[in-house]
Design a protein around this ligand. Sequence first.
Ligand code: HEC
Length: 471
Amino acid sequence: MNRYLLFFIFFLVYLACKNKEITPVMDETARMAAAETNFKKFCSTCHGDNGDVFVDRRWKHGTTRDSIIMNINSGFPELGMPLWDSLFNDQETADLADYLLKAIEKRKQFDFKDSLISNTFTHNSETVKLDTIAKGLDNPWGMAFLPDGVFVYADRNGNLYRNVKGVQSLVKGAPAVLAEGQGGLLDIELHPDFDANKLLYLSYSKFKDSAGEKWSTTAILKAKWMGDKLAEQKDIFVAMPYKKTKHHYGCRMEFDTTGFMFVTVGDRGQHADSLPQKLDNDLGKVHRIKDDGSIPDDNPFFNTPGARKSIWSYGHRNPQGMALQRETNTIWTHEHGPRGGDELNIPEKGKNYGWPVISYGINYDGTILTPLTQKEGMEQPLVRWVPSIGPSGMTFVTGDKYPAWKGDILMGSLRFRFLNRVHLNGRAADEQENLLKNIGRLRFVEMGRDGFVYVGVEDPGYIFRLVPVAK
Ligand code: HEC
């Protein structure tokens, strides 16, 4: 009798073990589905919805399963990636790694050259065809239009190019940059009197070595254009303080119609210290300076003891788009929110835009960043995007080449890979349209002297001119 019972127990144990063998196989699909959900919820803001968009689409920190697990757990705080070890258990992290490894296999299909079937984009408003102006770039970030159809553009890796009648060559004399994380050679702006004085401005991440570590900050170099090189280079703006992080530099520049230059500086990932709310530093601010870097004495905090005199507005996170609305002489900016809460603003004299005290975004791990979305004395965004589109670059459409877009704002989306059009009714958006869908991480958009719109996409880096096509 006992022997039978023993047998029976053995049989049960055998069954249990057998089931165990099957369970993981059964769970695999469910676990990958869960990994996908986690990825979409926690990672896609920065890495794209399909695991296709790593920051510059080249895996830098290893593609073995172990290295990916390690990278997810430890994050890259100095580059802007949070650490995740407290949110996921080991199994979930390993599943995320497997999910990513699968995404790498699929990655090819997201390569721009494969996914772009036609170079004509039909939209409800305007239909446009792409003219390729430049290729073979990494991350074209800024562009300027010189007389006689000459283009100048900056690649984030530090290369400055000129393009004369389709022939591209390197321009000498660009500053040394820290091309890590989101830093490098960034925006280009011409002096309003460029045709006479040949002055141009480059924004970049300037760095210094201290005790074996690189510290960097947002800086603006003024230089004279000599045709194939720069001369008389001088830094006219260097944001203080330097930081060890490699992200949130801001770095857009724009002149208003009266000749003042506006400059955006991001929070450098320092919101925990509330630096954007404090006036004793330059981070998380829009600044207003003169063309030689000196500071106008009617700036809002010019006479405030302890305040940085160049500050125009504060409480910003990472504004990577700025444009002048010429008819009203108004400077507009947009900025990246955290997970959700990208904003469109008009930075006005002395005003506080709230970061990180108020925000429509949440922490990347889903926890509440701030319970407040509004507060007295802090400005509300004119438009907000939830989920984040990851905005970069901005222009107002002028001229007559695109009648259906005239007066609208165009801005790039890094995350969703389109050009967003915002039709304004005064200061409110009354219509938005996604143009050039799936074109790639759209980093900048500019109006050329010739009245055409130009866009730059990243990795592989291209610059296109949008040529209207009659329907
Ligand atoms: C706030 C933005 C942000 C979020 C959210 C984020 N990451 Fe990252 N991630 C980064 C940055 C920045 C890097 C560093 C890229 C570099 O070195 O240039 C990075 C790098 C990585 C790498 C290494 C890539 C390589 O090039 O080798 C992995 C793997 C990774 N992230 C996975 C994840 C996963 C999984 C999640 C979600 C749980 C996630 N990340 C969420 C910003 C983010």
